[in-house]
Write a protein that binds this ligand. Structure first.
Ligand code: IMP
Ligand code: MG
Length: 200
């Protein structure tokens, strides 16, 4: 049987993107993280909170690899403005459906960049007094100057490049790519600057 070959490079709106983290590496890392979480939460039933939209694929793969039971819930945020500089303007579009007071909460994110979204999320959930509150993110962009946001489980640390695929979008597109691609060539344009409306 012939397997489809994954494109090493793709174009989106005339911008070139190349594979940065392949499907197999992602799968292996997701399994490793799930094993660690299953071990550290043994005997507990954590509530995994996926941050929409970006984390949906990582979330679905991660929960399937857990060997412990869990509950799932979702939150959706939106932040507007120039994506290169955090606007400081985070808005909640969808909050939690379940009550997490006294529960072990694990927030699942696609990428932590400035940490602004994560700070908002954890302070919001923290108001409900969960028994514990931890964060797992597939990607963490190594901060340029700002102090690092505390994250408990990190899939991959990435440099200051714009990435798409495996849930992450470029203006809502390309979330369905199986690998993570990074922007290769911008010419005189800056995709992250143009990526003005960030929607999860
Ligand atoms: P932060 O609030 O600056 O940490 O930004 C985190 C959010 O911005 C993530 O949840 C993503 O939705 C979005 N984001 C940040 N960097 C990228 C990227 O390179 N590609 C796609 N989305 C991104
Ligand atoms: Mg996100």
């Amino acid at each position: 049987m012939e397997l489809p070959v994954m494109a090493k490079a793709i174009s989106v709106n005339g911008e070139r993107f190349v594979v940065m983290i392949g499907e197999r590496r992602i799968r292996k890392r997701v399994k490793e993280i799930a094993r660690r979480i299953s071990r550290e939460y043994r005997g507990k039933t954590p509530v995994l909170v996926g941050i929409l939209n970006g984390s949906f694929m990582f979330f679905a793969d991660l929960v399937r690899e857990l060997t412990i039971d869990c509950e799932v819930d979702f939150m959706k945020l939106s932040s507007y403005g120039d994506a290169k500089v955090s606007s400081g303007n985070v808005e909640m579009i969808k909050g939690l459906n379940c009550k997490v007071t006294g529960k072990d909460v694990l927030v699942v994110e696609d990428i932590v960049d400035s940490g602004l979204s994560m700070t908002y999320i954890t302070s919001h959930i923290g108001l409900q007094n969960p028994a514990s509150l931890r964060i797992v993110t597939l990607l963490r962009r190594i901060p340029a100057i700002r102090p690092e946001t505390h994250v408990d489980y990190v899939g991959f640390e990435i440099p200051q490049v714009f990435v798409i695929g495996y849930g992450l979008d470029y203006a809502q597109r390309k979330r369905n790519l199986k690998a993570i691609y990074r922007l290769k060539y911008t010419g005189n344009r800056d995709v992250r600057r143009e990526y003005a409306t960030r929607n999860g």
